[in-house]
Design a protein around this ligand. Structure first.
Ligand code: HEM
Length: 489
């Protein structure tokens, strides 16, 4: 009882301090001669306790929804010294995605990646070096390079599913995790890792992620450091042997070895390893989770499944049973299913940035606010992807919303769809991700009759990337989709 009272009094005291600090800060803002526009409306004082309560009991989306309805598309949550300004919708998001690193930086909270990726890459180096390193990601994954990966991905997919046999029941999560590991091994890490040490590589890789307190010395962070050192050893050996014997491979690892900065400097071994770990970290898990959600949605809707099968049949009649890269480029229906999956389940649910230079944002109603340096900016993708003024019936899984005549994301404006982020820090692996997931689902649907045996999964919000909760059991029966076959809805 005493303790409960203490907590109540402490809460009231903290809230009162927040009110006083907030008022004092607002006064300063008004007196500042450089402040030419009003700051955004703020959640302050006792309201903080209310929104924290909503956050803890009803979740982030409900919390944002309540404040959006009350305060509009730009609002600030002030909590002691922290000022987080939320930007809701494409109309107010351009600067967030397009601002330069000097105006608005992307490193908020990403320092936690340094022990995983290494001090030589990403948020361990200055922004100029980092931008050059991101240039190599773009170079190796750009759409024009995809044709060269297509054959390797298809071969991995065919070999993997040949082992399934005639019929059975599997956990889709486990299967697709394994398959995406093989694809990453083959296309990114290269033949040596793929053939000799893939399981060991990914077992160690698993130890790198999901550490909530990355700098606190715990058994988990110690395991991470040991795993990081072993991964580094494995890759260093490969890099050295390629250099020593002038052995050149056609994989992304080779591109990192051959990369030169704009001043002509070559990459060091540690940089090559850091770049590779970054790429696997950015691409493997996101693609795995998206391919599982895509499968769950396809198998849960007979109408949508039918439209994808019809598209596959049309392509078979045009290109024959072995669909090549040109056929893959025409899989628009399947593409839109993946895109719609990502609208509902974006692997990165919110983006954050830090403001370094004041800027003005205008809402769609023409109201202007000045956002000051020092604020943390929040773009909640998971909320922005569901705005009813952009997406009709946003709660419904409806891939046709991206099809001809609707194109709701394009009509909505440049930053209406941000599952791959946008502007300066947009995902460099978007095309590669679509390629992998399309090859997998095109092959599965053409070669097996599939049925979702478990109930449609809920998202597991306890994970860094919200994956389907529990197992996703799917039964399969071998078939060869023929152009003459009638597809039932
Ligand atoms: C469905 C799959 C994927 C999704 C949804 C996705 C999403 C994203 C998002 C949202 C970001 C930006 C994060 C931020 O702004 O803080 C990002 C960055 C990045 N992604 Fe992806 N990604 C996917 C697959 C891949 C793949 C397969 C690769 C490579 C093989 C990849 C490589 C990268 C890289 C290198 C960056 C850093 C870009 C930068 O900061 O400039 N991604 N991704």
């Amino acid at each position: 009882m005493d303790m409960t009272n203490d907590i109540v009094w402490l809460t009231i005291a903290l809230a009162s301090i927040t009110v006083v600090i907030t008022k004092a800060k607002r006064k300063t803002a008004k007196l500042d001669p450089k402040c030419i526009r009003m700051p955004p409306p703020a959640v302050k004082g006792l309201s903080i306790i209310r929104i924290l309560h909503t956050l803890l009991t009803k979740g982030l989306q409900q919390m944002i929804h309540d404040q959006y309805k009350k305060l509009g598309s730009v609002f600030t949550v002030r909590f002691f010294r922290m000022k987080a300004t939320f930007l809701i919708g494409p109309e107010v998001s351009a600067h967030f995605y397009q601002g330069t690193d000097y105006e608005i930086s992307n490193g908020v909270g990403l320092e936690f990646t340094v022990p995983m990726l290494g001090k030589e890459v990403g948020y361990g180096v200055d922004s100029a070096t980092r931008n050059e390193q991101f240039r190599v990601f773009y170079d190796v994954l750009k759409p024009s390079k995809l044709r060269s990966h297509y054959g390797s991905i298809l071969q991995e997919v065919e070999e993997y599913f040949e082992k399934w046999g005639h019929q059975g029941i599997v956990d889709l999560k486990q299967e697709l995790n394994q398959l995406l590991m093989l694809i990453s091994g083959r296309c990114l890490l290269g033949k040596q890792v793929r053939e000799k040490m893939l399981d060991e590589f990914f077992t160690l890789f698993q130890e790198l992620t999901d550490k909530f307190f990355p700098y606190v010395p715990t058994p988990a962070t110690r395991r991470r450091d040991i795993a990081r050192a072993k991964l580094s050893e494995m890759l260093t050996e490969i890099v050295r042997s390629r250099k020593e014997y002038s052995h050149v491979e056609n994989d992304v690892l080779q591109n990192f070895i051959d990369f030169k900065y704009s001043d002509g400097r070559s990459t060091t071994e540690s940089e090559v390893i850091g770049l590779m770990i970054t790429l696997i970290l950015a691409g493997k898990h996101t693609s795995t989770i998206t391919s599982i959600w895509t499968g769950a949605h396809l198998l849960a809707s007979a109408r949508i499944l039918k439209s994808v099968l019809v598209e596959q049949k049309i392509l078979i009649s045009k290109y024959g049973d072995h669909l090549d890269y040109n056929a893959f480029l025409e899989m628009d229906t399947l593409h839109n299913c993946i895109k719609e999956t990502l609208r509902i389940h974006p692997p990165v649910a919110i983006f954050r940035r830090k403001v370094h230079k004041n800027f003005i944002v205008q809402t769609k109603d023409g109201i202007e606010y000045e956002i000051h340096s020092g604020h943390t900016l929040v773009s909640p993708v998971i909320f922005n992807n569901n705005l009813p003024h952009i997406y009709k019936d946003p709660d419904v899984y409806d891939p046709d919303r991206f099809g001809p005549g609707r194109e709701e994301d394009r009509v909505g404006g440049k930053f209406a769809y941000t599952s791959f982020s946008g502007g300066r820090h947009a995902c460099k692996g978007e095309s590669f991700a679509y390629l992998q997931i399309k090859v997998i689902w095109s092959y599965l649907l053409r070669n097996f009759e599939l049925k979702l045996e478990s109930p449609f999964p809920d998202p597991d919000w306890t994970k860094l990337v919200a994956e389907p909760k529990g197992r996703v059991m799917v039964s399969y029966k071998k078939r060869l989709l023929a152009t003459t076959e009638v597809v039932h809805a």
